[in-house]
Design a protein around this ligand. Structure first.
Ligand code: LLP
Length: 862
């Protein structure tokens, strides 16, 4: 054990990309100076240069001398190039290593039959050469550095069942506090540089530590030296709440417990190897992860007592793809002693390792992790065979395992309500709650994985502002957000807006130009013949007139909407109005048919009970394609548990009823839900409708509904209209008999509208800070009803730095009267104007006079 007078070590591990450029070595130098200034001694562990491990692996198996020499030449070039970049001579030791490799070629020792010991020897040369370069450059920078061969410090320990190959190529070392090593290092320079990935065994042979070996080396050194900290320097700034390449809003995890980090690392995050956590956890050594290129960033700090560590929280959403499920049915398994033992014996027999398990009286389902198994058709067939005498086996896949990760997750299951509703339309094959209380996992169809991760992340993490744990997003870190963002109309017209608003307390304001731009974007879709505005989103008179002038038709859902439209846009052609009511009374259909608008029926009841109404008429029929999509359960409008549409199972009857009523079905319609970004939603609808189209000879229109999503924050990507157009054009080429129609609401108006509200009062209570504004859920009910997010800024102080996190509330007597939680705002005062963004859709149209407070009135900026 160390005493207070012993030197204190920090172990820094740098990955391959971190040590492969001169620029990164400058960053490393900065870190070294900073740690020396802390009074610490340093042990730097690093990997081979980028690409070298692959070159060496290729070199080992190339039996042609010419091929091996070509690889050797490449190896030499990689090292010489870095030496040149660093303006140092190629160290002699590197040249000697290369010569030793050349000698292997000459002695014809390479090729397929290379033994494990030679393999380890050759692979180790990558780390040995790289660290020689590092040491030489640091010496040139006057850093007091000593190069140490890691094989003199780390010794592999044999484990019971380990094979010889594993003992040499994937070795495990002892890491108890090592007084001798501490003493030996104390006698050397204050900065020691050594290799990751390599060690020796008890008889002095070189061994490798396997995948992620350099992280593990760092952890071994840290434990042996009882370091004050292990720092892992890599090419990303830490662990994230989701894969940042798949989820734009993924946030840096600033504080984690060892167990959480282990769980995230094990679920596929490549930043940290899970094996490196146990040695540091065992001795309570904090582990920090940093980005070599951005030493200014806070990174991830992993310890036994992370800040915010006692409150349970979902910290990451991990997705593992390529998972296969094995479902085993047998009525005889209930209370049958040894049934599971027999089943698992079969898995052992065919060499497959099981991950998740779920059991019932008659079924056992297990998952097979692709990282731990070779899942070939042959291995699965062998498994089926081995199980055949025990049960009926079904193989299900490809699936994805989606895990919510965080400590004490059982304690917060009740908070997952809204998130769980996302699974409403998905098939969940298996749910598993980890025995260590660190994850909650769902196994679903693989193709649903990415979408669900993004949506769950949105609900459970992105909006959660416990800033001690959740840091900036990937986009913020890379400063993609601010410089490249095109300013919104309300930033450009801020002065106009404030002037317009001067005498008011609350108002919706719409921007004509944005409205026109959105309309033109949709009119530009070559695949779509007609766009109808779903006016329920915003029936403001100026909005309707503007969109009519842009050549749009209208989708109405009530007699009130149709009459309001006709009164507002008097000359409107009845052909430009579709009327798509739901559970409307008979009289309303009669009225609509006589008014000459295009009527859509969404229930066979109408044809069955009121056939006379539809005799000789052209009707559209709303079909339930069986699967809903949308930002919240309330806005997913297809599937058995929604009230909309004629299910596919009733199509024969539909055909019969239409014929007997004398009605012509000229259009099929489907709207699966609202707030979607995946263009395949509409393709899926088009395909489902065209599949049933053959039954209706008069059919000419497929109306694909609305539902086009609009980003509710700056960091989200808008829907890709070009991609939508491309997939639908391809569809039309196959189905040229039909015109495609769309009827979006939100897409046309959401971003064109904002809600302005004046600050009335401020209040602090406990650790909460509230900003009160003049209107609330009576004007904008979306946050209360759907948990919807609207960005909020202080328009009076736009651009001023945020100084605190506030909850923005209205004056309504309900606790749900919250417009935004935990919003970063500048110092805010009574009389300031807050702007609630993306409020042009389903804002005023869903407002009320609740509490007898008039909702915000509407203003139209031309
Ligand atoms: N067509 C039909 C048949 C619809 O029911 C709807 C919306 C639309 C089109 C337009 O959907 P959009 O493009 O606006 O997503 N109040 C919720 C949205 C409810 C949508 C109801 N139906 C919200 O504020 O998110």
């Amino acid at each position: 054990m160390t005493t207070s007078t012993d030197p204190k070590y920090v172990v820094l591990k740098f990955g391959g990309t971190s040590v492969s450029t001169a620029e990164n070595w400058q960053h490393i130098l900065g870190v070294i100076h900073a740690r020396l200034a802390e009074g610490l001694r340093l042990v730097i562990i690093h990997s081979a240069l980028s690409g070298v491990t692959d070159l060496l692996a290729g070199f080992l198996t190339t039996h042609e001398p010419a091929g091996a020499r070509a690889l050797l030449a490449k190896l030499r070039t990689v090292h010489v190039q870095l030496a040149n970049e660093l303006t140092i001579e190629l160290p002699l030791a590197v040249a000697q290593q290369l010569d030793a490799l050349e000698a292997l070629v000459a002695a014809q020792r390479l090729g397929l039959g290379v033994d494990d010991a030679l393999r380890a020897e050759v692979m180790a040369s990558g780390e040995l050469m790289a660290t020689q370069l590092g040491a030489a450059w640091l010496t040139k920078q006057a850093v007091p550095v000593a190069w140490v061969d890691a094989r003199t410090a780390l010794t592999a320990e044999r484990r019971g069942l380990e094979t010889d190959t594993a003992a040499v190529l994937s070795a495990t070392c002892g890491y108890g506090p090592d007084g001798q090593l501490q003493k030996a290092f104390a006698a050397l320079a204050p900065v020691i540089i050594s290799q990751g990935f390599i060690a020796k065994d008890s008889i002095g042979r070189t061994v490798l530590l396997g995948r992620g070996g350099s992280d593990t080396s760092g952890a071994y050194f840290a434990a042996k030296l009882q370091a004050v900290r292990l720092e892992i320097w890599t090419d990303v700034p830490g662990l994230f709440s989701a894969n940042p390449r798949a989820v734009a809003g993924a946030r840096l995890l600033q504080q984690l417990h060892y167990d959480e980090a282990q769980e995230i690392a094990s679920s596929g995050a490549k930043v940290l190897h899970p094996r490196c956590i146990l040695p540091v956890k065992q001795y309570g050594i904090p582990l920090h992860v940093y980005a070599t290129q951005r030493p200014d960033l806070p990174g991830t700090q992993i310890s036994a007592q992370p800040l915010g560590g006692h409150s349970a929280q979902v910290k990451a959403i991990a997705l593992k793809k390529g998972v296969t499920l094995v479902s085993m049915d047998s009525p005889g398994m209930w209370h049958e002693v040894g049934f599971l033992a027999d089943v698992f014996q079969a898995f052992k027999q065919v060499g497959l390792s099981v991950d998740l398990v779920s059991t019932s009286e008659t079924n056992v389902t297990v998952s097979l992790d692709p990282a731990a198994n070779v899942l070939s058709p042959a291995s699965l067939a062998a498994l089926k065979q081995a199980l055949s005498s025990l049960c009926r086996t079904e193989i299900i896949g490809p699936c994805a395992a989606l895990s919510l990760v965080g400590r004490n997750i059982r304690g917060i299951l009740h908070t997952f309500g809204a998130a769980l509703s996302l699974f409403e339309t998905e098939h969940i094959y298996l749910v598993s709650q980890a025995a260590n209380d660190l994850n909650f996992t769902f196994v679903i169809d693989e193709e649903e994985g990415d979408r669900l991760v993004e949506q769950l992340h949105d609900l459970l993490i992105r909006r959660n502002h416990d800033d001690r744990v959740l840091g900036p997003t990937w986009a913020e870190i890379h400063a993609i957000k601010t410089p490249t963002r095109i300013p919104t109309w309300w930033e450009v017209r801020r002065a106009d807006l404030l002037a317009f608003f001067a005498e008011r307390d609350a108002a919706y304001v719409y921007d004509r130009q944005t409205l026109c731009a959105q309309a033109r974007a949709l009119r530009g879709l070559k695949s779509i013949s007609h766009v109808h505005f779903a006016m329920k989103a915003n029936p403001n008179a100026d909005v309707l007139r503007t969109l009519a002038a842009e050549g749009l038709g209208f989708d109405c859902v009530s007699r009130g909407e149709v009459e309001h439209l006709i009164a507002t846009v008097p000359g409107i052609d009845r052909d430009h109005i579709v009327y798509t009511p739901n559970f409307a009374p008979r009289a309303e259909y009669a009225w609509a048919l006589s008014a000459g608008v295009q009527v859509t029926i969404d229930n066979l009841y109408c044809l069955k009970q009121w056939p006379e109404l539809f005799a000789g008429k052209d009707v559209f029929v709303r079909i339930d394609t069986g699967r809903g999509y949308g930002h919240h359960a309330h806005v997913r409008t297809a599937g058995t548990y929604t009230k909309f549409g004629v299910p596919l199972a009733e199509l024969d009857e539909l055909h019969r009823l239409a014929v007997s009523a004398g009605a012509r079905v000229t259009g099929l319609h489907a709207h699966t839900g609202s707030g979607n970004f995946d263009v395949h939603c509409w393709l899926e609808v088009a395909e489902a409708l065209s599949d049933v189209a053959t039954r209706f000879p008069d059919l000419r229109v497929l109306d694909l509904g609305g539902g086009l999503g609009v980003p509710d924050t700056f960091d989200k990507e808008p829907i890709k209209l070009e991609e939508l157009d491309a997939v639908l054009l391809a569809f039309r080429q196959q189905h040229s008999a039909f015109d495609l129609w769309l009827e979006p609401g939100r897409f046309l108006v959401a971003s064109a509208g904002v809600l302005l509200a004046r600050v009335t009062q401020l209040k602090g209570k406990g650790d909460m800070r509230y900003v009160g504004v003049a209107t609330g859920m009576n004007s904008l009910i979306r946050p209360a009803l759907y948990g919807a997010h609207h960005d909020i800024v202080n328009l009076s102080r736009l651009g001023a730095p945020a100084t605190g996190s506030y909850t923005v509330v209205g004056p309504i007597c309900e606790s749900a009267d919250v417009l935004g939680s935990a919003r970063e705002l500048p110092d805010t005062h009574e009389g300031d104007v807050l702007l609630i963004a993306t409020a042009g859709a389903y804002g005023y149209s869903m407002s009320s006079r609740y509490n007898l407070r008039e909702p915000a009135q509407e203003l139209f900026l031309v």
